[in-house]
Design a protein around this ligand. Structure first.
Ligand SMILES: [Zn+2]
Length: 254
């Protein structure tokens, strides 16, 4: 057993996370607020355990991947653990995100629509030499997104660059949005046309590209967005994505 700060963890994790194991432990603990066993809040400094379920899989194309499912618990509720299960088959992915508008007061010229989203669970591909790389981050980097080392929105706004052709944020007249990369949907949502925040976002897309903030370890809740863990782990990517018109509704909103 190893201990990082107040978090005990199973050293088996090192075989899968390598040098970044301790960083991963710190970030997961810092972004968890309640015990996965008893549901009570995690008080600062309380002795904690990290349990990680790892899926060691091979997708239909023969590519080896890893999925990490961490649980943070009071140490008295659960011992640190790593469990590994082997599987073959694709991973079921789910997008988690929110959109908000940066007002002209902050951007200097016009309202900017922002889409922040991540994909759950985090899938890593093995590379030669034992390193692993995030499937989601590597897809985004190959289509023109850039890594951001800063979690601050004003710095992201200044540093973001336009993405490559083939990446779009499509918006329908009825308020359905679909972020697509080479026609694969990475995030979609039906906005509420009666919600002023949603209509402000749609309005902003008429005058500005969408600032897309994505990657792994984004902490996204209905009330806020915390990019510090993602920036710290080097898994935060950003880009300006052009807006297109979605002519047909893409079936049921998720
Ligand atoms: Zn507990």
């Amino acid at each position: 057993m190893r201990t990082t700060g107040n978090v005990a963890w199973d050293e088996t994790l090192e075989a899968y996370k390598g040098r970044e194991a301790a960083d991963y432990v710190t970030v997961v603990a810092a972004t968890t607020s309640v015990c996965a066993s008893c549901g009570a809040p995690l008080e600062p400094g309380a002795p904690l355990s990290l349990a990680v379920d790892i899926t060691d899989g091979t997708d239909p194309d023969g590519l080896a991947y890893l999925v990490f499912d961490p649980s943070v618990c009071h140490r008295q509720c659960r011992e640190p653990a790593v469990t590994v299960s082997k599987t073959s088959g694709p991973v079921e992915l789910m997008s988690v995100g929110r959109q908000f508008t940066l007002r002209a007061a902050m951007t200097g010229t016009k309202d900017v629509p922002v889409l922040a989203y991540t994909v759950d669970p985090i899938v890593l591909f093995h590379q030669a030499g034992g390193e692993s790389i995030s499937a989601h981050v590597s897809v985004l980097l190959t289509v023109g997104f850039r890594l951001s080392l800063s979690p601050e929105l004003d710095e992201i706004l200044q540093a973001a660059r336009p993405v490559d052709h083939g990446v779009a944020c499509l918006v329908s007249q009825q308020g359905f949005i679909s972020h697509e990369i080479h026609e694969d949907v990475y995030y979609s949502r039906q906005l509420d046309l009666h919600d002023p925040a949603h209509t402000a976002w749609l309005q902003a897309t008429r005058h500005s590209d969408v600032l897309v903030i994505s990657g792994d370890h984004l902490d996204i809740t209905s009330s806020g967005l915390d990019l510090r863990a993602a920036a710290h782990l080097g898994t935060l990517v950003t880009g300006w994505v052009p807006v297109g018109t979605l002519r047909q509704e893409s079936g049921q909103a998720p």
